[in-house]
Design a protein around this ligand. Structure first.
Ligand code: BGC
Length: 817
């Protein structure tokens, strides 16, 4: 077929071929019907399928975030989720879903941690491959991202990750290799650069990694997309192996690339090759010659998303079986900022417009019997910024756009207190004239922020001025989501009636590069209200008289998002204080953590029950209620290590040094670093309790054609057979984990223990099952940077079988000679 695709390419003139290589819009590629190419649509992303600009208002199913799904450690569940994504994609006319994210949790502070699967390469590889297999099995493309070395967000468009060859091969490349083996049709080149010891280039220009490794050695025959606005050069990126520049319609290729070909800087065959790849993608997704994109039958979204939510929940502690809630419970104190305002998706491009969100109170009230009384209180606002002003206070807001001559060209409607309004090419200046009407007596706090060059006046007084121009980096670093602005306090004296405050913003229309032109403004406001301390006191009062207290703590969009990392792993605001005081007031306290990435839980071993509930998507409250009441089992296991303290974290600071992220820890990422340093984590990698009890009765090793435990075993694919009994009274899932412990003699340092195989198994109470786990031969091998090849060192190997990286019950031995 490739010859047919090549023939088609010869029918197009150079200009037309090059035109195809930049998006037609942010999400849709160009068509060339004369050669049978129909437009291909791509869409984010890993927590649901958002759709394109044209369909943004349509609802998308809000799926639990990738970490939440990954926590089930279940490739079959991931396949179901993948098929659901394919159905969503087809429903929204999307041909390629920009997922999965295969970057690792190198640091728990990474801002997009919630979008990735794990700190572990093997777990990431298996789950990523399952997702790709399932989505593409339905004829919809995937785009594994961000290739490669994009583990953190701070200055993400500028830094270079310095990763030595062995570390690249053993840790960061395996997930990408696994999705290529699963047949991924596209890959996204990251914003950052990589110095792999042989070449240091930004990833869209990395010839060695894109052309030599990905397309050459690993045989990738699909399309390499640039991350959005990542490509900033013409010939270097075209020559390095990038195939499509996104977003369109502008960008560094187009006319400049045609000229580069004409000038002999880029060979025309390089262009042809990219078009062949694009046509191959079209063929695969059903967009060649005719639209062949039949609908995919997906599972009912309410059912699958609710089930997946509980499957990922990780029970971290359950003293005295506080969970599931007893039938005798009559009153529930539901407390916490995230009980009131659950954070169910991370911030940034993974965000989808879900049609609804089931919050914890709604979920609990639906699932608990009617006579159970649920009282909801917040217990203090943990946010740094004030909330966006409600329309009840924003009594006037008029925006006018002017051209360079000062003529009015548009008066777009202002949708509320926070807006990002696109502006046409000719718009240069924008003026917002608005009024807040403050009703309650007391102190009102107001913040006003605008991106780019601006002057802000409150009651005619200048409170902020900037001559700093807006840029594409404001979007890429997510500054647009939480623009900084001055805070003022305005007193409304008792008995004086409402007070009107004028807020005027005069600003330059910002140029956000590939993300268009426009204005971004936020007016935020907090009316007089109780202090954090007063709210905590109220929470304690409610907890004291309730049968049980459930405290939902967590992060929010100020903390976990694409575009920035976290400077601290502490819970924001006074949430630790809230937990401690509620726990002291009620002996039946459960804490639910609503976060996508590790936060420190200094009270973890003081509170009876602690459940990690992730970002659960639109069904968050239902899944949470199912788990808390025991309608469902929390079957999750931690896909990363939970640190006790900041000092324990192997890599905490995510700021590049002189533009470089040095992956100097090598292969010692996550739990491997804790093992190396002999640090006891607060909860280890792979940990999770569930509601039933387990016993691993036996583990045996069999390797085809060899005898375990004796000399002379050649490295094949050892199979571990585990006998497992559910010794409790409820059905449940157990995740059996097998870790490889390599020989400790000579050779380069290796992790004491690395994950080699796992299986999530459902077992009825009292039943015993046997589970076979295949250890891939690669698990035994190390990358030899001198030979540029895999090598399996001789010596005595162990396979450690258990229920977390630290709970090992059986150890099997074999030799490699
Ligand atoms: C993100 C990608 C995403 C793209 C399109 C980028 O900023 O890094 O993950 O797919 O935007 O939204």
């Amino acid at each position: 077929m490739t010859s047919d695709l090549r023939r088609r390419v010869t029918l197009l003139p150079l200009e037309d071929k090059v035109r195809l290589l930049t998006g037609r819009t942010g999400w849709v590629l160009h068509a060339a019907t004369e050669i049978g190419l129909l437009p291909i649509t791509v869409s984010d992303g890993p927590a649901g399928v958002r759709g394109t600009e044209a369909t943004e208002d349509e609802h998308s199913a809000g799926v639990p975030s990738p970490t939440a799904v990954a926590a089930a450690w279940d490739t079959e569940l991931m396949e179901r989720v993948g098929r659901f994504f394919a159905a969503e994609a087809r429903r929204k006319d999307v041909d390629v879903v920009l997922a999965p994210v295969l970057n690792l949790h190198r640091s728990p502070a990474g801002g997009r941690h919630f979008e990735c699967f794990s700190e572990d390469p093997h777990l990431t590889a298996e789950l990523g491959a399952a997702f790709v297999r399932a989505v593409q099995g339905e004829g919809v493309g995937t785009c594994p991202k961000h290739f490669i070395g994009n583990e953190t967000e701070h200055e993400r468009t500028g830094y270079v990750s310095r990763i030595d060859e062995r570390t690249l091969r053993e840790v960061y490349l395996p997930p990408f290799e696994a999705v290529l083996d699963a047949g991924a049709w596209t890959v996204m080149a990251a914003y950052n650069g990589v110095d792999d010891g042989a070449e240091s280039s930004t990833m869209t220009e990395h010839h060695r990694l894109l052309t030599d490794l990905l397309k050459g050695e690993l045989g990738f025959d699909g399309v390499v997309f640039s991350d959005w606005a990542a490509a900033r050069s013409t010939a270097p990126s075209a020559d390095a192996g990038l195939d499509i520049v996104m977003p369109g319609p502008d960008g560094p290729w187009g006319r400049a690339l045609v000229d580069a070909v004409r000038a002999g800087e880029v060979d025309e065959s390089v262009i042809d090759e990219k078009v062949v790849r694009l046509l191959r993608l079209a063929e695969r997704v059903g967009k060649l010659d005719r639209d062949n994109t039949p609908a995919v039958a997906g599972e009912d979204e309410h059912v699958i998303l609710r089930e997946v939510g509980s499957r990922g929940h990780v029970l971290l502690r359950n003293e005295g079986d506080v969970l599931p809630l007893a039938d005798s419970v009559r009153t529930v104190a539901l407390i916490g900022p995230n009980a009131v305002d659950a954070y169910t998706q991370g911030g940034g491009s993974a965000h989808v417009n879900a049609e609804y969100l089931v919050d914890p109170a709604e979920g609990l009230r639906e699932v608990l019997p009617e006579h159970v009384e649920v009282t909801l209180v917040r217990g203090g606002d943990p946010r740094r910024l004030l909330p966006v002003v409600s329309t009840e206070y924003l009594t006037e807001a008029d925006l006018t756009l002017y051209d360079g001559r000062g003529e009015t060209i548009d008066t777009p409607e202002v949708p509320g207190g926070a807006f990002h309004i696109d502006a046409q090419e000719s718009a240069e200046r924008a003026v917002l004239v608005s009024n807040l009407t403050l009703t309650e007596p007391g102190t009102h706090r107001i913040e006003v922020a605008a991106m780019g060059v601006h002057t802000i006046r409150i009651d005619d007084e200048v409170v902020s001025e900037s001559d700093q121009r807006a840029s594409v980096d404001d979007i890429l670093q997510s500054r647009h989501a939480h623009p900084e602005g001055p805070r003022v306090e305005i007193e409304v004296p008792e008995g004086t009636g409402p007070r009107t405050v004028s807020i005027d913003v005069d600003m330059e229309v910002g140029d956000f590069g590939g993300f268009g032109r426009g204005v971004i403004v936020q007016i935020r406001h907090a009316p007089p209200g109780p202090t954090v301390e007063e709210e905590i006191q109220e929470a304690v009062r409610v907890a004291e008289t309730a049968d049980v207290a459930i405290v939902v703590v967590g992060t929010n969009d100020e903390v976990e998002s694409e575009g920035y990392d976290r400077p601290t792993l502490a819970l924001p605001g006074s949430q630790d204080e809230l937990v401690r005081r509620v726990n002291a007031a009620n002996p039946n306290t459960t804490v639910v953590v609503n976060a996508g990435a590790p936060v420190l839980l200094p009270w973890l071993d003081e509170v009876p029950a602690v459940l990690w509930s992730w970002f659960g998507g639109q069904e968050y409250g239902h899944a949470l209620a199912d788990t808390l009441t025991g309608r469902a089992e929390p079957t999750g296991r931690l896909p990363w290590t939970l640190p006790r303290d900041h000092d324990d974290v192997p890599i905490l600071d995510t700021r590049p040094v002189d533009g470089i992220h040095d992956y100097a820890e090598g292969v010692f990422v996550g739990h491997r670093a804790y093992d190396r340093d002999g640090i006891e984590p607060h909860r280890p990698f792979g940990f999770g309790l569930g509601y039933t009890d387990w016993r691993i009765d036996d583990a045996a090793l069999s390797t085809p054609g060899t005898t375990p435990g004796t000399d002379g075993l050649v490295p094949g694919a050892p199979t571990v057979t585990v006998t497992l009994t559910n010794t409790g009274r409820r059905p449940g899932h157990h995740v059996v984990q097998v870790y490889l412990e390599p020989p400790t003699e000579d050779g380069p340092p290796r992790p004491l223990r690395s994950l080699a195989a796992f299986a999530s198994v459902r077992v009825a109470p009292g039943r015993t099952v046997t589970v076979d786990l295949d250890v891939p031969p690669r698990a035994l091998a190390i990358w030899d940077p001198l030979e540029h090849a895999w090598r399996t060192p001789e010596g005595v190997y162990h396979l450690a079988v258990g229920s977390s990286s630290r709970a090992i019950t059986h150890r099997l031995t074999f030799n490699v000679r």
